[in-house]
Design a binder for this molecule. Sequence first.
Ligand SMILES: Cc1cc2nc3c(=O)[nH]c(=O)nc-3n(C[C@H](O)[C@H](O)[C@H](O)COP(=O)(O)OP(=O)(O)OC[C@H]3O[C@@H](n4cnc5c(N)ncnc54)[C@H](O)[C@@H]3O)c2cc1C
Ligand code: SF4
Ligand code: SF4
Length: 944
Amino acid sequence: MTTSSPLIQPTKAHAVPKDLRALLGSEKVKDDVSTITAYAVDAGIYRIPPQAVVLVESEDDIAATIGYARSRGIPLTPRAAGTNLTGSAIGSGIILDVSRLNRILEVNPEERWARVQPGIVLAELNKQLSTHGLMFGPDPSSGDMCKLGGMIANNSSGPHTLRYGSVKDNVQSLRLCLTSSSWIEARSYALDDPTLERLLTTVPALRDVLVLTQAHADLIAAKRPTVGKNSCGYNLFGVAEGLMRGSFDLPKLFVGSEGTLGVMSEATLTLVNKPASTLTALIHFQSLEEVGDAVPRILMLQPSALEVMDANTLNLIGRGKHGIPADAAATLLLELDADSFELDLREQAETMAAICRPYKLASKPTVAFDAERREQLWKARKALYPTLYRFDPKKKPINFVDDVVVPAERISELIRYLEDFFKGQRVPVAIFGHIGNGNAHIVPLLDVNDRGDFEKMVTAYREIHTTVLNRFGGSICGEHGDGRVRAEFVKQMFGEELYALFVQVKKAFDPEHVLNPGIKLSDAPFTDHIDYARLSKPCATCAKCNSVCPVYDVFQSEDMSARGWFEIVTSKDYSYLNSKRVVEACLNCKSCRTICPAGVDVSDLILQKRAQHPNRLAGWIFRRQANGTIFESFLRFLGSTQNVWDRPFLRRLLERITAPIMKWLAPTARLPHDLVLPKFAARLLRERYADLIPGETSPSTRTVAYFHGCAANYFDDGVGDAVIDVLKKHEVEPALPPQRCSGTPVQTYGHVDLVRDGARFNLRSLAPYETIVTGCASCTLMLKDYPALFPEGTERQQAEELAKKVVHISEFVSRSPQHPPMANADGATKRVTYHSSCHLRAAGVTKEPRQVLSSLPGVNLVEMQDADRCAGGAGTYLIKDYDTSQKIFGRKARAITQTGANVVATSCPACMIQLKNGVGDSIEVKHVAQLLQDAYRAAERQKS
Ligand SMILES: Cc1cc2nc3c(=O)[nH]c(=O)nc-3n(C[C@H](O)[C@H](O)[C@H](O)COP(=O)(O)OP(=O)(O)OC[C@H]3O[C@@H](n4cnc5c(N)ncnc54)[C@H](O)[C@@H]3O)c2cc1C
Ligand code: SF4
Ligand code: SF4
């Protein structure tokens, strides 16, 4: 049996997807260029384009796809979030994506277990379990994006493994489809259980494994890794242990099998109570050796997590940025949980300080108890790997010796060895990991396109793995899986005999070798299929952006996701025509840019591609808008006649009449008759406040300008009035200088020249003012982003000056020295929740609106679970793709309902349109400025 990866090429173009479409329906099967490009990668270092992608929605889909793959001998690779670091979720045949199977099927809080589907993201699962005070223990740092299917197949773990163990310790049973297309319930069976005998008869592969494990118990025991963690090879050790206890423990076999033995559709997980309180501490040591000495003592405190970052890692992530002292040789991140409030964590903190006292520390340990501060301490550690992508344009962090395990007490010795080794190679390296159980992540920074660096990589792979095995008696894989990267070394880790047993296991379940070939067991060198082109790009393919991308949230398909779009638009095969569908699907919400640890702005890359094909209809409209007069007259007309045309029958008619025109905007564009439109202003804001417009001959002496943007001017939504009123209450008489659209919608349709024209106009007009106040999230961000429009020169300087002066009204108020009196506007207490507009988050304004809201009398601010997720309006996206926009809003609607709020507050008039349309009349939607205005007015009323 060959164990290398067959690269099956289709005999006839599109034959495989065509067959699959006939089998499953066309909605679930994709093979266009964009899809193939997006699914050719995961978070590992490889690229293999598949022939087709199947987005399964049921167990029947899984069984049918497996049956087809087997009958045709086509490789089949299960895939969840594609965040593995080993290339195990890519393959040359069919990718079976389980992301749409993402429900929690059952939770039993009393018995603390949950039955879940494989496509659910860990963070989502934990969010929902937290209402029961429960969580799933294993916590990979990728928990915001990785899914249960991948975690189980990889036997993942994370910082808290010290307390909760790996996935294999927390799975009760699995539902699996084998290559025979039959389903099994993989749980632990007592050896005398009659159902086991029936199962062994119907599934001979299971009997093979049972017999083989019994027959080779001594060999398995002799080769059992003795370190704290191991995910290398098949876990026959766990199976053998079960047999000694009198049971055939099937989850032990399948957890960690990396999709090579069967495809999972369900898992029953053991849950743990969320700790009552937690302490997180950062301890900076001056000497690495002293870390080694301190660890066994700290472990006596029974921490739930104990992490290390070595000196190089601290240098690479930037000491200054994270407040790490210059002389820290290594930093420990420690967490202590209290299961009940009775355990005094402050006392524990003192004990910890006493333990550390004899050592030379670079500074006093930093200790945090509250969630926000603790999250801050974890932030650098969790985003460490993708953050390393910022270090050098060519040398990238390469995962090929990333997951070794040694005895915990020898980790300092390992780090010293590694630092010397890479110093000898003159290679920068980050070493970090779970020191509590001896698991080190080693990530050298290399330019694999450079021959010298490539050879260093190959040398390091062999030398380090061999040293870990021979000198430290360790394992080459603690939690990331073998994948493609370690498959060739599994034989060396366990020896020929045990490796032969692994091959027999694989053969028993997958005689045709179709399930994820090339993964776990392979003769192919780990350098096969390396994606040299991608490894010189700035994206770490970590998928963090997918976790916030509203489009991915709806479609659960990599070709409709931020990470996928990075791949697509930077691919050498990219053309607008073959990728128009996906390039036009982005909302430009900027959530990906806000979250990306590597500093990539996918939304901007997409805008650049759109700029090569600006939309003609949008251009025509924006040019009319820039000219002003006719456009504004038309809006005034809409405003004064809205009560006539904004009725159900006429709106239906309008939708029909405008349909052919809207198609010029996008194939999905329409003027939905059921969209609740904002009230158009019969008198525009600038007309209502003409006294604030600086005269042409007498320049304004006022220092604060209000950049109202388009929505506040064109709609009678109360936002512009509120901002002006609030400013006046703060004793500021704002000016309304002439202004054009800030540019966000114009840019969205690809008209960069128009955006620059508008920006030049605004730069001139706003230059005389000291402060530019905005009320719109998108205008705030766009004005702050103007420097990006002008690469250099005077305009660049002017844009940079302007960017510094722009403040959102919530920032203005929270910084204002004035504190106008406020009172409860309605008498009764209001439950208010806050929707954090994406563009304001991208502009870095997150705390101020919440500060303002919580300062309002009679307001009970309740944090919304998905406050930071896009609501799906995104300016004109609502019109461009109404159906998707409403699907995106579905999640926001659930989050709002969950809060029980009577008011949703936000910071953006455009988001208000979507919110009002979505929540109906039952919940009030208000801008932060409007709620402030209400409070100021109420105080005035009380006074008079
Ligand atoms: C920034 C970053 C940090 C990380 N930190 C950690 C960490 O702390 N600890 C850790 O353990 N890992 C970590 N990882 C690796 C990775 O996130 C985990 O291994 C994760 O559990 C993989 O989940 P996934 O949903 O992305 O799976 P995928 O990558 O999609 O798949 C992983 C494997 O699971 C198989 N698979 C998926 N679904 C099924 C199914 N339904 N049936 C059968 N097989 C299936 C695939 O074939 C593949 O072999 C990190 C990765 C990144 C990018
Ligand atoms: S764009 Fe950023 S967040 Fe997204 S995959 Fe790339 S590195 Fe990760
Ligand atoms: S801008 Fe928003 S919709 Fe577009 S890729 Fe980024 S997260 Fe996704």
